[in-house]
Design a protein around this ligand. Structure first.
Ligand code: F6R
Ligand code: MG
Ligand code: MG
Length: 365
């Protein structure tokens, strides 16, 4: 059975500040998607949150980029924004960058990751969602899952994975894409994806079969809106087991927290902390950035009851390490490398400071 898994998300208001989502907004989204399921548009859905982001996970048979599904998500965000406004939530409707829906939510503010595939005999899928960081945050975890034998032993000893995976990389500044094969082209691949503010892994494919393995949201809000409108807070869908990495291989990269861009005012570097959904409440310095992972065992497109994968105790040490890393970064205050390089900061006073002080700059001898 061919199904489409669509994940569309937006920050339509935070509670309190940018720290969490309000239960009434989640309830409104639940109500909207229940109607769409009843009407037969959706096979199934799951509404959840990561920090202050509303996450709509939907299965259907309308294919990718379906105007009907995108409109459903947009209308749900609009209705949720009404609730957020009534409650005076912080930044109500902030990711809805345009006034009217025009066929596809891409470029309108919400983040989107979608994949269409033939459901296997058993189809375990993990959906990762992050708060207070940008799309490039998935680059290293995806590289480890699909190209690094020190993370994924299946690449070495599983015959159905030994040929490797193909990576589709987007240049989000020039709007170009390139496809590179692992393992032969990993050095070329790393030149690009090691610069995650510009080059972002959009999708990964199993080379022997061409099957889609992973897809991420790559929308960069600041590039769409041309001004700071919040961090992208990306999502990433990963199919697991069989010809794909095992669940444990897919989760393993998050056991060793890495530094990503985002955090306070989208202008800092900080650790990506794996947490359960209830713990996705970035509070310290509006962070540190969080990642949650929900596991689904699809059945004819039905999502069933998801598992909150990072609730597992084996991620306690990673959380502890992420807190230590947060402390170390905070020690730098307004200095790099905690503060992002000038061109990557989402907030800056540089233009006004320069214009005020221009005359006081004198040439060096
Ligand atoms: C991070 C984020 C927050 C805000 C910060 C200031 O992505 O959204 O850290 O940037 O709370 O928000 P404003 O400028 O709205 O007061
Ligand atoms: Mg927010
Ligand atoms: Mg957010």
């Amino acid at each position: 059975m061919k199904i489409t898994l669509s994940h569309i998300k937006a920050d339509i208001g935070g509670y309190v500040g940018h720290s969490a989502s309000h239960p009434e907004v989640l309830a409104k989204a639940e109500e909207c998607l229940a109607k769409a399921k009843q009407a037969g548009l959706l096979i199934d859905y799951h509404v959840t949150k990561c920090g202050d982001d509303l996450q709509l996970i939907m299965t259907h048979q309308q294919g990718e980029e379906s105007p009907k599904i995108h409109k459903l998500a947009w209308d749900t965000f609009v209705e949720g924004t009404e609730v957020a406004k009534k409650l005076k939530l912080y930044g109500a409707g902030q990711d809805l960058l345009v006034d009217a829906f025009a066929g596809n939510v891409k470029g309108m503010g919400p983040g989107v990751a979608e994949m269409e595939f033939e459901e296997r005999k058993s189809e375990p899928v993990i959906i990762f969602m992050a708060d207070n960081t940008s799309a490039g945050a998935w680059n290293m975890p995806l590289y480890k899952m699909f190209a690094d034998p020190f993370n994924t032993i299946g690449l070495v000893i599983a015959p159905n994975m030994h040929t490797g995976f193909t990576f589709e990389v987007h240049d989000v500044k020039e709007h170009k894409k390139i496809t590179l094969n692992a393992p032969e082209e990993i050095y070329d691949l790393l030149v690009f994806i090691g610069a995650p503010s510009r080059y972002v892994i959009k999708a990964v494919y199993h080379r022997d079969t061409g099957e889609i393995a992973s897809v991420s949201s790559t929308q960069r809000l600041s590039l769409i809106a041309d001004r700071y409108v919040g961090k992208d807070d990306p999502v990433c869908i990963v199919r697991t087991q069989g010809i794909f990495p095992a669940v444990g291989e897919v989760l393993e990269p998050f056991a060793s927290p890495i530094l990503v861009e985002g955090w306070m005012r989208g202008s800092h570097t900080g650790p990506l902390m794996p947490v359960s959904i209830p713990d996705s409440t970035p509070a310290r310095f509006d962070g540190p950035p969080r990642v949650v992972g929900l596991g689904f065992q699809l059945s004819e497109g039905n999502l069933g009851k998801p598992r909150d994968m990072f609730a597992d105790k084996s991620f306690n040490l990673a959380r502890h390490q992420a807190n230590e890393m947060a402390d170390m970064m905070r020690r730098h205050g307004p200095f790099e490398p905690h503060r992002l390089p000038l061109e990557e900061m989402e907030y800056t006073t540089m233009p006004q400071v320069i214009s005020k002080l221009r005359d006081r700059f004198v040439d060096l001898d």
